[in-house]
Design a protein around this ligand. Structure first.
Ligand code: MN
Length: 319
């Protein structure tokens, strides 16, 4: 392939007009996930593909699943990324081809590193809590680590940073000197900010990181811009701190990291660097044993969709 760009033009955070501090309010789009869940997809979005190495952000719920199966995502493969399961309500039972069997509960980190190949299923256990509310996030692996061995981590006791009106749980990377035990491969930040109504504070940031804030519930002003549930405000880089004002009790995700400079090909559940990477992964899922086997899921595994007719183009963090 001739369109595999291994040396994208370097971008220095804060030097280009669109990478300094900005306000870019993004609404999601509704996407069916599995048979009975609809998610609100914030990333990738029309104008933006990544925030740091965060490359996929789905917000779902709160959904009343008292009389529903809830989340039922059959075994499917991943390559070149990490998945983060993050819950505010309910629980998700994770199974993977390494043999992991783990119930992930609210404010616990379920972190799966696919490396070169893994497969997993995610389901609401039976019985399950009435409400399901959470986020499914992906982190792109840099080229040097994208073929690493697969791994699953579960961290139930994450560091918490507090300030008046704020309780911040550090999901991945760091915030205000606290660090998540979750393994990362690029400079990253992911935190859950629980704010009480009227909380008025400045959150310390890393100026070299770009950030975005997603409201999972409640309304707040982020640097003067109102953020409502289900919307995400992209903030750019170059900020030593971030003014937050909670208009109601609010729970928001802060996602950030060093701008991801590599161009990637993201298709279905795979991240590669070329069409060939993706086509090989798809073929291996459909016919090979590279992605292993998920045991115990009551149902068939997900077949891969057909590859698009035109070659997949490696893309940068913006469209
Ligand atoms: Mn998955």
């Amino acid at each position: 392939m001739s369109n595999l760009d291994l040396k994208p033009a370097p971008t220095t955070c804060g030097r280009e007009a669109d990478t300094g501090p900005v306000h870019d309010l993004m609404t999601g789009r509704q996407v069916p996930l599995g048979e009975s869940t609809v998610v609100n997809r914030l990333l990738p979005n029309l104008g933006r593909r990544m925030v740091g190495a965060w490359c996929f952000v789905d917000h779902y719920g709160p959904d009343d699943i008292a009389d529903e199966p809830g989340m039922q995502v059959p075994p499917h493969p991943h390559m070149g990324l990490q998945t983060v399961s993050w819950l505010h309500q309910g629980e998700v039972l994770h199974r993977d081809s390494l043999g992991s069997l783990q119930t992930v509960r609210p404010y616990e980190l379920g972190l799966m590193t696919s490396g070169r190949a893994i497969s997993h299923s995610e389901e609401s256990p039976r019985p399950h809590a009435r409400y399901l509310h959470g986020a499914q996030l992906w982190v792109a692996l840099p080229d040097a680590h994208r073929n690493a061995a697969p791994a699953f981590e579960h961290h139930a006791d994450l560091p918490v940073v507090t300030a008046p009106g704020l309780r911040a749980t550090v999901i991945l990377g760091g915030l205000d000197g606290a660090s998540s035990p979750g393994t990362t491969y690029t400079p990253l930040a992911g935190a859950d900010l629980a704010l009480t109504e009227g909380a008025d504070l400045k959150l310390p940031l890393v100026p070299d990181f770009e950030y975005a804030v997603l409201s999972m519930s409640g309304s707040l002003d982020v640097d003067g811009v109102r953020v409502e549930p289900g919307t995400m405000l992209y903030l750019g880089c170059g900020r030593p701190e971030l003014p937050l004002l909670a208009r109601t009790d609010a729970a928001v995700l802060l996602l950030g990291g060093a701008p991801f400079e590599e161009r990637i090909v993201m298709w279905w559940n795979f991240i590669g660097r070329s069409t060939e990477d993706i086509a090989r992964a798809r073929a291996d899922w459909m016919t090979g044993d590279r992605f292993g086997t998920v045991h115990g899921y009551a149902g068939a595994r997900l077949p891969a969709p057909a590859l698009p007719a035109t070659p997949l183009k490696p893309r940068g963090r913006e469209r």
